[in-house]
Every structure is written in C-alpha cells, then in structure tokens.
Design a protein around this ligand. Structure first.
Ligand SMILES: [Zn+2]
Ligand SMILES: [Zn+2]
Length: 187
C-alpha cells in the first residue's frame, strides 16, 4: 500500500488492505523459526500529518505456521501486531542527526512526541507502508513457537513424540550425545 502524503488531509487518512501470503513469506525468511503465513494479513492503518511528519498507526494480525520448537510438528501461531511510527522526511532526519535541530521547532510541530515513538524516514512524497508493517511483524514474532503450551517434545533418546505416547526410555542423560557412552557403561 502506497500513500502519497498529499492524500493525508487534516482529518487524517484511513487505509485498509491485505498483504498477500507470498509477500509475508518473503519477509518471514528473515526469521529463523521457519514461519510461513497461513493467509493474507489484513492491515488497518491510520495516517496523520503535521507538516512533513506523518504519524502512522496500524493494526494487523498474522496467522502463521512453523515447526514446533519442541516436537517439530506444525504449530499454529497468531501474532497480533499493533504499532505507531513517526515518519520523517530523510532530509529532516539528516539535519537532526547532525545536531542542528532548531530550538523550539519541536514544540511548534504540535502534539507529536518523536522521542517516545519510533521514527522511520521516507523519501519524496510517497510512503510504502508494506515494508514498515513487515518490519513490525518481524519484531513481534515469538522466538520459540510451540504447538501447544505444554508440548512434551521429542524423546532425546529415541525421538518418540511424547505427546503421542510415552516411550519409557531412561532419560537420566538427556543429551543424546551421551547415549552411546551410557550403553557402553551398562554392558
Ligand atoms: Zn510441539
Ligand atoms: Zn524414547
């Protein structure tokens, strides 16, 4: 979804759109948990403009599947994403980085509180919202997805999925690298 900043009137601008599954998958490759999108994500966004600064508020919910971090079976995860960003023209951002911010300018800009809200930059007049949303999705992903809260995982000795049945292995030594040694000791 691209928005031309001139489209943002005093009353703000609301936009709703879908990010296709393939595009989400592309973005999700940046995460090592192996997430894939189950369906397109519907995003609802609101933009407000003060001078050249644009405030973006957006909400979405991403449905994902990935191998469970414990038993490797497919796990479904729903990730709610709800964020606010302050979008600043590149020229302005470069200025303030150089420390030449004029006194009082911040106050005259109105009710924005740029130091409390994450800042991103944009170039020209058109803002592409999708990469901004995708970045926030990546930040919101759980690092360790599981198929269910109490997933018992795989037996480290025989690999049996312990949610399905108990294998009865002696797991005094949970590290499979020691399993060979253990046998040696018993013989
Ligand atoms: Zn599991
Ligand atoms: Zn076992």
């Amino acid at each position: 979804m691209r928005v031309n900043i001139d489209e943002i009137k005093d009353s703000g601008l609301e936009r709703a759109w879908e990010i296709p599954t393939a595009r989400l998958d592309e973005a999700l490759r940046g995460d090592r948990a192996g997430y894939l999108a189950v369906r397109p994500a519907r995003v609802e966004a609101r933009l407000e403009r003060l001078g050249k600064r644009v405030r973006l508020q957006a909400v979405t919910s991403i449905e994902l599947t990935s191998p469970c971090g414990r038993c490797l079976l497919p796990a479904r995860t729903t990730v709610p994403v709800d964020f606010q960003l302050s979008l600043v023209p590149v020229e302005e951002a470069a200025q303030s980085e150089g420390g030449s911010r004029e006194d009082g300018e911040e106050h005259s800009e109105g009710s924005f509180t740029p130091h409390q809200v994450d800042e991103e930059t944009y170039k020209g007049k058109v803002i592409d919202l999708d990469p901004l949303v995708e970045e926030q999705v990546l930040l919101a992903l759980p690092a360790y997805p599981v198929c269910q809260e109490g997933c018992k995982g795989l037996c480290p000795v025989c690999g049996q999925n312990q949610n399905e049945k108990a294998c009865g292995c002696d797991r005094h030594v949970p590290d499979p690298r020691w399993a060979g040694l253990e046998k040696f000791r018993q013989s």
